[in-house]
Structures are given as C-alpha cells and as structure tokens.
Design a protein around this ligand. Structure first.
Ligand code: ATP
Length: 209
C-alpha cells in the first residue's frame, strides 16, 4: 500500500510529519508520497515558491525511510487537483495497488467541495487523521459520500485498491503552517514546531518575514 499526503507545506512541520509516520507504521504502508501543491484551488496561494516548499520538504524528510518527496503537482501546470494527481499515480502504479490518501480532519470536512470527490474514492482509500481543534460537522453531502465505505479496521484497506474510509488516530500535534509563518513574521523562533533543517532554509531565504 502506498500513502499519499498532499499539502501546501508552506512550510512542512511536525503536525504533518509525525501523523504521517504514525500512518506509515500503523497501516504498514510501503511508502508515503508527500506531494506539495503547485496552484492552490481550495485556499489562498502559498507564500513560499513551489521550489522552496519542495526544498523544505526534501530537507525535512532526508534520511527517513518510506518518505518520498513527489514533485508531480509542481511539475504540472494549472490548478493542483487531487483527482488529477491520483490519475497520474494510477498511471504509474497500476489499478490494483491500494492507495491511501491521508487527509487531516479539517480537510475531510471540506471533501464534498473538492473536484470529483466520488471519483477520488474510486482511485484511493481515504485515511482521515484527526487534528487538534478540527471536528467534522454532520453534513449530508459528506454522509452520502461516506455511505457504506467506513472501515474500522486498518487491515480492510489492503483488501481492495480504493473506496474505503478509515478514521485513524494519530499523535495530536497542535501546529499549523499559519502559526509557524506568524511566529517568523513577528521575529519569534518557530523552533521545535518543525525540523531545524527547514528553519535553516526559512532563515537563509528570508521567508515569511
Ligand atoms: P496552513 O496553516 O497554511 O493552512 P496546514 O498547517 O494546515 O497549513 P497543509 O499543508 O495545508 O498544512 O496541510 C496538508 C495536510 O496535512 C492537510 O490534510 C491537513 O489537514 C494535514 N495537517 C496539517 N497539519 C496537521 C496537524 N497538525 N495534524 C494533523 N494533520 C495535519
């Protein structure tokens, strides 16, 4: 099974990295592709360039077995739709291999508003990582998408290539990229919220000031 964690990663922080490692280990994933978006379609544009967000991601995961920086969205022009990314991963990996799209609970709450959410579920499982402060409000559109798909066993995901939804407990780390950027903007240290190697790039490039 392959995990996929897409994000703005502006910058990548421990709230991405530790939950991703929890999923890698608990779901026995072969690897996790970390995929920085290029052109945001559901949110404000990133502050740092695509090249620097990718460089920060690569620095953060250097030497970590199973973590792979995947530049396919950055190399693709236009809006970064998860549906297109999964189509391109399927072209590379084939139809059979289970793909697990890892998303935070805050992102899951907005999932019905994504481009082709039902088709996304034909291409991948969803693994919803709970996130401090994020709760999923009852929403008929989300309930319709989830109907008949909820799994309570991680082992179910390995049995089919796509289409299940698993709510997975991960380490709760109350960090957001917004908070990191705000600290840097105020001239305060963001240390111990994200890897030192990422802070070095932020400092060197004068990011988020
Ligand atoms: P920003 O503050 O700029 O909105 P962010 O910290 O939410 O950024 P993203 O790159 O937008 O980070 O998030 C990528 C994915 O990681 C999303 O699915 C998001 O829900 C998840 N995620 C981000 N931070 C956490 C966290 N602290 N715990 C669990 N999941 C997280």
């Amino acid at each position: 099974m392959i995990g996929v964690l897409g994000g703005t990663f502006d910058p990548i922080h421990f709230g991405h990295l530790r939950p991703a490692l929890d999923c890698l280990q608990a779901l026995a994933l072969d690897e996790i592709r970390l995929i920085p978006l290029n052109v945001a379609v559901h949110r404000a544009p990133p502050v740092a360039s695509s090249a620097l967000r990718l460089a920060m991601l690569e620095a953060a995961i250097a030497g970590q077995p199973g973590f792979v920086a995947d530049p396919r969205e950055i190399e693709r022009p236009g809006g970064s739709y998860t549906y297109d990314t999964l189509i391109s991963l399927r072209a590379e990996l084939g139809r059979e291999r289970p793909l697990c799209l890892l998303i935070g609970a805050d992102a899951f709450a907005g999932f019905p508003g994504w481009h082709r959410p039902a088709d996304i579920l034909d291409l991948a499982h969803l693994v919803v990582m709970q996130r401090p402060g994020a709760s999923v409000a009852p929403d008929p559109a989300l309930q319709a998408l989830c109907a008949g798909r909820i799994s309570d066993r991680a082992g179910d995901l390995a049995e089919t290539s796509a289409g299940r939804i698993l709510f997975h407990e991960v380490t709760q780390i109350d960090v957001s990229a917004t908070h990191v950027r705000e600290l840097v903007r105020q001239g305060l240290s963001p240390r111990w919220l994200l890897p030192d190697a990422v802070i070095s790039i932020i400092t060197r490039e004068g990011l988020y000031r």
